[in-house]
Design a protein around this ligand. Structure first.
Ligand code: COA
Length: 267
């Protein structure tokens, strides 16, 4: 498909890279040669994730830090340390996110603000600090956004609002920073297996999520490797002319419900 070492010598900074989709992205980028810095709130969890990456890709350098994306100074400090130890950043991924399922009437102003602070402010913090520490002319910035950014979704008022802001932010930055050689894009994962988000979503469904899978045009959950492959595309020369776009990696989830019996492959 593409060269194994397509990211050899590159430096990737990944907020939220200590678990789930973002750890999957970190593993994929490391397997293709990138040195990695992952950031999470829990240092022990970050250290365990860093060891996982080192085992999967023994030749790359891996750093991990404890920092909250809501704290700009802390994020800026981790970027500074990363660029001092691994070189200027080539790839900056704003992946950290917060979510819970609740009807709007059950969300307090603080609960709403918490998610906006993590998802939207956190993305701005990572990208704004990333601008100062990245390699101009060739850097790739990626926001991990969500289908909720463009689809009203019950129990997700706070996430819909925050992720809509993320999409607007990344497109604006793509315009402003394109002339500096920084491409800014997003990835919107759909239903992705082995993630905390999916476990929580399926826990809201009496059917355990099976109908949601049956409604997917592609009839299977996504994997963290599917999202990692999209990150390789956007962050490598393969995606050199892609800027200001959101890549939906969702098996057609956003096209609509494809659960009609007449669409079953057995008919
Ligand atoms: N329903 C309604 N409100 C909720 C809630 C729920 N299920 N879960 C949290 N909140 C509210 C809290 O009640 C609190 O508001 P209040 O003080 O007015 O009651 C506010 O959100 C902040 O909660 P807190 O737990 O103090 O925030 P935190 O910073 O420790 O946690 C969250 C952040 C809320 C996003 C938490 O869900 C979290 O840490 N999640 C783990 C990471 C995650 O979500 N990953 C993404 C998977 S897709």
């Amino acid at each position: 498909m593409f060269k194994e070492d397509i990211l050899l010598g590159k430096t990737a900074y990944i907020s939220g890279g200590t678990s789930g989709i973002n750890l999957g992205i970190a593993l994929t980028l490391a397997r293709h040669g990138a040195n990695i810095a992952i950031i999470g709130r829990d240092l022990e969890k970050a250290e365990r994730a860093a060891d996982t990456i080192r085992s999967a890709a023994p030749t790359v350098k891996v750093l991990c830090f404890s920092a909250d994306v809501r704290d700009y100074d802390a994020i800026e400090d981790t970027m500074k340390q990363t660029s001092e130890q691994l070189g200027q950043l080539d790839i900056v991924i704003a992946g950290a996110a917060g979510n819970f399922f609740a009807p709007a009437v059950s969300i307090s102003p603080k609960g709403f603000k918490t998610v906006v602070d993590i998802d939207l402010m956190g993305t701005f913090h990572v990208f704004r600090a990333g601008f100062d520490y990245c390699k101009k002319t060739t850097a790739s910035f990626i926001a991990i956004t969500a289908p909720q950014a463009v689809n009203a979704t019950p129990l997700q008022a706070h996430v819909c609002a925050a992720k809509a802001g993320v999409n607007a932010l990344l497109k604006t930055l793509a315009m402003e920073w394109g002339p500096s050689g920084i491409r800014v894009n997003g990835i919107a994962p759909g239903l992705t297996g082995d993630t905390e988000g999916l476990k929580r979503l399926f826990a809201t469904d009496p059917d355990g999520g099976q109908k949601m899978i049956d409604a997917l045009p592609i009839r299977r959950l996504g994997s963290v490797d599917d999202i990692g492959a999209a990150a390789i595309y956007l962050s490598s020369p393969l995606g050199a002319y892609v800027n200001g776009t959101v890549l939906d990696v969702d098996g057609g989830y956003q096209i609509g419900d494809a659960s009609l019996d007449c669409l079953s492959p057995t008919r």
